[in-house]
Design a protein around this ligand. Sequence first.
Ligand code: ADP
Ligand code: MG
Length: 719
Amino acid sequence: MAKAQASDNASISRLDQIKISQYFGCNTFSERTMRERLQKDVYKSYRQSLKRSEPLSPEVAKSVALAMKEWAIEQGCTHFTHWFLPMTGATAEKHDAFIMWDEPGQVTERFSGSMLIQGEPDASSFPSGGLRATFEARGYTAWDPASPAFLMEGPLGKTLCIPTAFIGYHGEALDHKVPLLRSMGVVSEQAVAALKFFGVNAESVVAQCGPEQEYFAVDLELAQQRPDLMFANRTLQGAKPPKGQELEDHYFGSIKERVLGFMQEVELECFKLGIPAKTRHNEVAPNQFEIAPIYEAANLASDHNQLLMEILKSVGERHGLAILLHEKPFAGVNGSGKHVNWSIATDEGHNLMEPGKTPEENLQFLYFLSATLKAIHTHGGLLRACIASAGNDHRLGANEAPPAIMSAFLGAQLNHILDAIESGDVANVSIQGIIDLGIGNLPRIEKDATDRNRTSPFAFTGNKFEFRAVGSSQPIGLPLTVINAAVAEALEELNAKLAAELKAGKELKAAVMTVVRQAIIETKAIRFEGNGYSDEWKVEAERRGLPHAKDTVAALHIWEQPAVKAVFSDRGILSEGELESRLHIRHEQYQKAIAIETQVLREMAETQILPSITADLGARADTLAKLAAVGINVPATLKNALQTQATLAGEAQSRLAAMKEALVAAEALEDLHARTEAFGNSVNQSKHALREVLDLLEEACDADLWPLPKYWQLLSPLV
Ligand code: ADP
Ligand code: MG
């Protein structure tokens, strides 16, 4: 029986012992486990609260907590924790043992309803962006029943993790989950209202996401010899390897055994936690890989992606691998992204982004498509701003990732249809066999068979949109919140227009076509089918008036625009205060990331690289002197090479001093914006300038004296 096998998960250590379906989710307190373990009426109340997004009653919570505790202890749990996603971008947990005093000197296991529902971690050390003064540092974690509790396995026992939302004393959102849940509620409300026009009565609409996660794997022992990889998650120095990704032989290549073993263990951990890991493959760059799950409700996808990033790192360590989630671990080698695939579907699973089989369904599809285009058109700036980070700056617009200009790719057929609708010439298009007129003027849309456009930041891929500009290390909660909020706003506007058209006496088809046509015309500027990497597109985009925030410094200003504040605050997703605090945190995180990189590079240059260069110079000078001493004519070229290296070392020394000065100057600035600008400009430039000479020095340094593992070593096949 599946259940018996599932509960015996301790023995599952190989993928080929039992079928995935038999142990999938065995480390979660899943719907099925709840149904089996809760009394019928308790389970029913739980389901109902979930469906209506209402809090659990104290009685129900008590019963759920009891069942959860019994299950967890049976599985070998000693502790529990409220697991949450503070705005650091990582996950947070503080473990408590189940024990409490029973009689003097004797403990018993206890876990109450209130411990399940609410926790009170000492929140004062988490970033709140000024939202929470330390004197009222209390923050609460509240269980999100939509995300199942799960077990984290440790060397000597397990911990029950309860996914929670993290909120302040006055209910303010202190994490990435609360706004995401709010945005899902809002987009559901507007989509349900839209569906009513089409005669569809959905109870709710769910935003769904499948994030494709890219990462690098490098040998852990080598990585540990590089302070930059350990502290800044990327190399801050490194001369180009003799062979990079020029041969393009890594993409979809055969997966080497060591990596495969690692991937399989990652998948095993994922399956036990109910994370539907689906695909694995080699990516474009050497030692770059990707894992993608089957899509899920956006809040679950977000929790699962967060967990996946941790699993990748911890399983990597067990396999002697350092897993790099940074957007740009190696200069001159492709960086890593996270494709956030997004769609909305009814609670019965009908995907609203899927062109339908009948003309009626296609009318509805065109309506939701127009709303999404409108969302991207109105909030292209915000979409760019929500993925801005020091790491992603190295990637966006660098001919390996989408540009920092937001545009939408629809594919030739769909584009053609929209053009025809715009010109009012639907009949003409039908002759070309793309559109079946069906009833009246309704088009039939077929799945686009044309090639994907990999250069587009926001591409329609048949039944979903793919937001490709997200960075590999970024939590997906915020990008998803932005998409949901922007689409909800667009739907609200289209719904109002459609209602007005109907009220004016138009029949449904004609009314929808009017609204859709108007949206198509309004949003034309963001539709782009060409090469998003090209320079011509930058010129063209500027002509079209599309926002282009080249880097994080520029993108951070976008958060202060009235339209950006409104899309969140008008819908109760983030109040102005909550938004402001987030902006503050983004500034701080950006500054901190660059400050850390600068300090690490200083340390490496001053205490490792320059001493090695001096030693190398000294050793070579000694040798030349010895040669001369025995009467060997030392060629001038040899001396010149040494002179060049010595001059470069001197240059490095002065650039190092300049970098230190730039850092001190930036840190002395009081004003938040001025400081961000200084870090983004003078500090970053000084870092870059120093790196340039260090890379040149590496190329000429005696390999035995060079103190760091080189790019070719880090990027060699993992065997
Ligand atoms: P690729 O884009 O590499 O061709 P797929 O299109 O199969 O691969 O899927 C990529 C990701 O998109 C997967 O995580 C998949 O689960 C997810 N995905 C597929 N359909 C949807 C959908 N309707 N909504 C959200 N994500 C989806
Ligand atoms: Mg994809």
